[in-house]
Design a protein. Structure first.
Lengths: 328, 282
């Protein structure tokens, strides 16, 4: 089998939460990303979904080492980039890029569009003609050359996001982490940006990690989907499997919340009880058990492992692991 | 980019009457400093004669003469040069050192931040004029040393302002974006963070020029700054001290010049702060 482009193994990011000081100091750990593993092949799109605060964005940033992971391995093209020095990592960055959620905060307000898009090229001192490349990029993302001398505040959200995409594309990366790239945009503009991302993927053979909380967007763009809950992947599988044959109770609840664009359509909604528990003090056992309708005694005590229910479709739930089936 | 005077903040600045008054005073001062030799009716040092000493203001000497018979107007006009020089050099010194300290402390944080900020705290623990006196007495009394002393005293204000701005800017997504495209710390600091912290630095600089001129005048008054016969405003006040009753104009006009200059820079600084602070944007 072909070597995967990206392999994430047991990635963890714990943030210290310090309370008090001196001898009364108490450090607790917020487990934003807790033991996340997955692989990604060239040209593929992996959707990463979950509620706010479940660690999706932290996972994306930890893979790029924009946040230093606590532990784990990120193997990109056969090389563990977590082990690289800062200097080596900077060089690696031309292969892996990110598109940010907020198109208003992610562009330097004091730079012109030209300077913003040219920055990666300047950093890497590419030999090619920077001016020509910037013009090519701006047209590639559907804006015109006349926009180059303007400042970000003169553009709409969708246009700014296109500028962000042009910057990410500048160095011909292989992997792009799209961190909720459309959730700050109007629905009509969302579709345009999604289409642009798809076209670019086809043209350049890009690989995306697409972080989102909007499931219909994820369904449209991804080949595989990973569902996260409290820093852990609870279900991962091909997009059809996840949307038609979801196994994990949490995934089922998420899917039932997608609005149906049909008046009068009846749909059973699973309303989850309670709130997401604090990731500082996650519940023992399966972290979803306080809100789960099908919980068994074992769920309160033991954290389930990911089990494969079908080829390439894994679930972290006791209902599908041997224990419950055996009647424990 | 629009024309300079079409920028929002310039418009806001020009709407603020107090700031315009400040701007006019500052422009007049700069004009006076640049064209001093043309504007001054007499030489500030050489054109004295004891027959002319302590003449009250008249058509010949608009602001009167001092105890050596020198024309006070001419001395004030040439004094503007020295004051502008003091303001620009000492604030420039404080701005460069303070900004670098603030950038480093705010961006890297941790141990470096603690060290730099404790140095700042130490400087701040002394009353500024007292510290300036201490520094000039160590370095020796001269105008240059007074400028250095005033500069050192003003470093903390820049370091603190820049540090707090950097603390908020470094969490911005565009800084993360720069890191994501492989930019190193130097690029991030000087191409992204510094340009975005210019507004508070400019405001701090303008306000501090007034204070710097006042402090340097104070040092000169105490004999630690400009030495006679330099026509420095603070030094002119010393000469006038014992003549307050007999010839009040000798003290009055240099004092007025100091007051107006400090007022001008403060009004302009306040106006700039209001104009550049985006939180006040409607």
């Amino acid at each position: 089998m072909m070597q995967p482009l990206l392999e994430v193994r047991n990635l963890k990011k714990y943030f210290p939460v310090v309370k008090g000081f001196g001898p009364f100091k108490e450090i607790r750990w917020l487990k934003a990303v807790d033991d996340v593993s997955f692989t990604l092949h060239k040209g593929e799109t992996l959707g990463l979904v979950g509620e706010s605060g479940c660690g999706k964005s932290t996972t994306g940033r930890a893979i790029l080492r924009l946040i230093e992971p606590t532990s784990g391995e990120v193997i990109f093209q056969g090389e563990n980039i977590i082990a690289l020095s800062q200097k080596e990592m900077r060089k690696k960055r031309r292969e892996m890029q990110i598109i940010f959620q907020d198109p208003f905060a992610s562009l330097d307000p004091r730079m012109t569009v030209k300077e913003i898009i040219a920055e990666p090229l300047r950093v890497f001192k590419t030999r090619e003609n920077i001016k020509k490349r910037v013009e090519e990029l701006i047209e590639k993302v559907g804006l015109s050359r006349s926009h180059l001398d303007r400042y970000p505040h003169e553009f709409s959200g969708g246009q700014r996001q296109r500028i962000g995409i042009a910057r990410a594309l500048a160095l011909n990366p292989k992997l792009i982490v799209c961190d909720e790239p459309v959730s700050a945009l109007d629905v009509s503009v969302q579709a345009q940006v999604i289409n642009l991302l798809e076209d670019l993927q086809k043209e350049y053979g890009l690989t995306y990690i697409f972080i989102a909380h909007d499931l219909s967007v994820v369904k449209h763009i991804s080949q595989r989907v990973a569902v996260m809950y409290l820093g852990k992947i609870v279900e991962l599988g091909p997009v059809e499997q996840i949307f038609n044959n979801a196994k994990h109770p949490y995934t089922k609840a998420l899917l039932s919340a997608i609005p149906v664009p049909e008046p009068g359509a009846k749909k059973e909604k699973i309303i989850l009880e309670g709130d997401v528990p604090s990731p500082i003090n996650p519940p023992a056992g399966c972290s979803f058990h306080p809100r789960c309708s099908g919980k068994k005694p074992i769920c309160i005590e033991v954290m389930p492992d990911l089990v494969e229910v079908e080829k390439g479709h894994v679930v972290r739930c006791h209902l599908y692991s041997g224990e419950v089936k055996r009647g424990i | 980019m629009g024309k300079f005077w079409e920028k929002d903040w310039i418009k806001r600045l020009l709407k603020n009457k107090a700031a315009v008054v400040g701007l006019i005073i500052v422009l007049l001062l700069s004009f006076t400093a640049i064209f001093a030799p043309v504007l001054a009716p007499y030489d500030p040092i050489k054109d004295g004669s004891l027959q002319n000493r302590l003449k009250a203001p008249s058509s010949e000497h608009l602001l009167g003469t001092d105890k050596l018979g020198r024309d006070i107007l001419s001395r004030i006009i040439f004094g503007a040069r020295i004051s502008v020089e003091i303001g620009v050099i000492s604030v420039g010194l404080a701005l460069i050192v303070g900004t670098l300290m603030g950038l480093t402390a705010g961006y890297y944080g941790g141990f470096l931040d603690s060290i730099l900020m404790r140095i700042v705290d130490i400087i701040l623990a002394f009353p500024s004029i007292l510290l300036a006196i201490a520094i000039t007495s160590v370095l020796g009394p001269s105008l240059n040393n007074a400028m250095i002393a005033v500069g050192i005293v003003m470093v903390p204000s820049f370091a603190r302002v820049v540090r707090s701005t950097v603390l908020s800017l470094k969490e911005m997504e565009f800084v993360e974006a720069a890191r994501a495209v492989g930019a190193n710390d130097f690029t991030i600091l000087f191409r992204h963070i510094l340009p975005n912290s210019m507004a508070p630095i400019i405001v701090q600089g303008t306000m501090n020029i007034g204070t710097a001129i006042l402090d340097a005048a104070g040092l000169s008054f105490l004999g630690l700054g400009a030495q006679p016969p330099t026509p420095e405003w603070g030094a002119m006040l010393v000469d006038a001290r014992e003549l307050l009753v007999k010839a009040p104009w000798v003290a009055f006009f240099p004092g007025l010049a100091i007051m107006l200059t400090v007022l001008g820079f403060n009004l302009l600084g306040d106006g700039l702060r209001d104009a550049l602070d985006p939180r006040l944007k409607q």
